[in-house]
Design a binder for this molecule. Structure first.
Ligand code: PLP
Length: 373
């Protein structure tokens, strides 16, 4: 059977990985500054993570959401401790798109409305409502286009209010730091205005923290730089360090009803243990603060490169050049053995390393860039 050929592939086949490195079958070492798309948070194969998953595998790996699973409560408590959002409620699923799909559905249940406001260059996933709220016509099938979504520019509070005034908007969904879009961020004032306007017009504010959450930005959630209280927060990627897990955190004012959301795989025992291990490692190794230290170091090196704009925050960083970076990414992989990311802004090289990345790894990147540019 052939694979359904939807991914353009780099000619690299990793067979094992450790911390910030992956290794191919010949033992060639690659520096992973992409983290498998911001997924590897605490490093590949972290001993505590491996040990906890192995132990759980021998106890019980999976059962459905029809039984009591105390690991879900343990995970909720730990997320509460890390984020200080003790009064929110948690629902678990298995991916970023599923988290956003559930968030949008919940916003619609809550408000009784159905139009969504999203932002230019947004990426929220590939399921029905999530992809409709993604600013890319090429990945929206006719089926998805039934959804009512209006795309606005960041920082235009007047346009936002005009749309909300129409009274039919269930949700405003935003990425505090755009991922796929190329690391643009809404201004602080606009973030506060979104919160105020959503409260005023009975609309749910959804912070998509699928990529920026779990300490990557230097705060536990990136929106916490602004100290707002979104109605729903979505999370995935770094949450499980590669184990598929996603979830939403729901404001205390929104009430759950039996059957309103559900999933077979979401919140299973192994997934919870993976995420609990991630949270323990983030805390024990102080990786959130480390992300800030490493951001500062990255910026100090990037400033020495001519004609480059530095984007993003924490360890969700980008370098914007005045040329398309596709060929540069290939040379970084094949000649320098460094993985980096691209974005829908073709001039942006994205850097999304495991949060355990060290200064020497950034030295290696910038030495490679100086040689190649
Ligand atoms: C901000 C954001 N939201 C949602 C998603 C979708 O996540 P998933 O691929 O796990 O469905 C992504 C994936 O890149 C993302 O970056």
């Amino acid at each position: 059977m052939k694979l359904f050929d939807v991914y353009p592939l780099y000619d690299v086949c990793p067979v094992r990985a450790k911390d910030v490195h992956v290794y191919d079958e010949k033992g060639t070492e690659y520096l992973d500054l992409y983290g498998g798309h911001a997924v590897i948070s605490v490093g590949h194969g972290h001993p505590h993570y491996v040990e906890q998953l192995e132990k759980q595998l021998h106890k019980i790996a999976f059962y459905s959401n029809a039984i009591i699973n105390p690991l879900q409560q343990e995970l909720a408590d730990k997320i509460g401790n890390h984020s200080c959002l003790h009064d929110y409620q948690m629902f678990l699923c298995s991916s970023g798109a599923e988290a956003n799909e559930n968030a949008l559905k919940l916003a619609s249940f809550q408000t009784g409305k159905k139009r969504v406001i999203a932002f230019k260059n947004a990426f929220h996933g590939r399921t029905s409502a999530a992809v409709a709220a993604t600013d890319n016509r090429n990945i929206n099938a006719p089926l998805n286009q039934q959804q009512e979504v209006t795309f606005l520019a960041f920082n235009d509070a007047q346009a936002l209010e005009e749309e909300l005034k129409k009274g039919d908007v269930c949700a405003v969904i935003f990425e505090p730091i755009q991922g796929v879009g190329g690391l643009d961020m809404p201004e602080d004032d606009f973030v506060f205005q979104m919160e105020t306007l959503c409260n005023q017009y009975n609309t749910c504010l959804i912070a998509d923290e699928v990529q920026s959450g779990f300490s990557r930005s230097g705060t536990f959630f990136a929106f916490q730089k602004n100290n707002i209280k979104p109605h729903i927060i979505t999370m995935a990627k770094g949450m499980g360090n590669g184990f598929p897990i996603g979830g939403i955190l729901v404001h205390p004012d929104i009430e759950a009803k039996y059957g309103m959301l559900g999933t077979t795989f979401g919140g299973n025992h192994l997934a919870c243990v993976a995420s609990i291990a991630v949270l323990d490692i983030l805390k024990n190794e102080n990786l959130q603060n480390h992300a800030k230290t490493m951001e500062a170091y990255f910026i100090s090196l990037a400033k020495k490169l001519n004609g480059v704009k530095i984007k993003g925050r924490g360890l969700m960083l980008g370098l914007e050049f005045d040329f398309e970076v596709g060929p540069l990414r290939k040379r970084l992989i094949y000649e320098k053995h460094i993985f980096t990311g691209g974005s829908s802004n073709k001039n942006v090289l994205r850097i999304l390393p495991p949060l355990t990345v060290q200064k020497a790894h950034f030295d290696q990147l910038f030495e490679a860039l100086e040689e190649l540019l």
